[in-house]
Design a protein around this ligand. Structure first.
Ligand SMILES: CC(C)(COP(=O)(O)OP(=O)(O)OC[C@H]1O[C@@H](n2cnc3c(N)ncnc32)[C@H](O)[C@@H]1OP(=O)(O)O)[C@@H](O)C(=O)NCCC(=O)NCCS
Length: 184
């Protein structure tokens, strides 16, 4: 991993590209908070061993190198507290989606908002993307609040657009363009 691939957020937080060597630490966090995290995250049920976490990290690392997706672990003073990333990247149309999650004990301190703000700036300034979306299940109020704190615009509801634990759920679609971001 090249050091420049990291994104500095502030004096506490850094976004570090996910690496297979993170798998034991990540898996331990998932094991500790499995019940809470699975409410909104489908991949928790597919992460049953350290090997599952390592295989996903290898996949994410390959995606990062080929610029298909950029998946980062969020570290607070070095400690793993969650993850954030850009996925669904359309280089031709210069758009992407942002996803994030935090360990329950790291919530309530602005970490997701600060990490997402840094990633948005990075995506617009360094990756030359033009439009970023945040998509979350309509009832996921904490995730919606992150989008709203960053002044993403609510563009509407995508009906039954996300399969979560066997049920199709409506998605709230938020977006930010580089034009609006620079005006802010
Ligand atoms: C979505 C998720 C990351 C949001 O976490 P969060 O802790 O609510 O969001 P933040 O880290 O931005 O923290 C915001 C809180 O910190 C407070 N805060 C403190 N300092 C802050 C700062 N500098 N900036 C912003 N908020 C700050 C806010 O007032 C807010 O407080 P509240 O919890 O009383 O409303 C988290 O709920 C999660 O991981 N959920 C499960 C996974 C998930 O749903 N992912 C999204 C799928 S679309």
């Amino acid at each position: 991993m090249i050091a420049s691939a990291r994104v500095a957020v502030d004096s506490e937080l850094t976004l570090v590209p996910r690496h297979p060597s993170d798998a034991p630490e990540l898996f331990a966090l998932v094991e500790r908070h499995r019940t809470v995290l699975r409410e909104w995250l489908t991949w928790i049920d597919a992460t049953l061993t350290v090997g599952d976490a390592r295989r996903y990290a290898q996949f994410a690392e390959a995606q990062f190198e080929s610029r298909v997706a950029f998946d980062y672990l969020v570290r607070a003073g070095g400690r793993l507290v969650g993850a954030i990333g850009l996925h669904g990247i359309e280089w031709a149309g210069q758009s992407a989606q942002i996803g994030y999650w935090l360990s329950p004990e790291a919530q309530g301190r602005g970490i997701a908002t600060r990490a997402a703000r840094a990633l948005v700036s990075h995506a617009f300034a360094k990756l030359d993307l033009h439009r970023l979306e945040i998509r979350c299940v309509v009832e996921n109020t904490r995730s919606r609040a992150v989008a709203e704190r960053l002044a993403f615009q609510f563009e509407g509801t995508l009906t039954e657009a996300y399969l979560l634990h066997g049920a199709f759920r409506d998605i709230a679609l938020y977006a930010m363009t580089v034009t609006r971001w620079r005006r802010h």
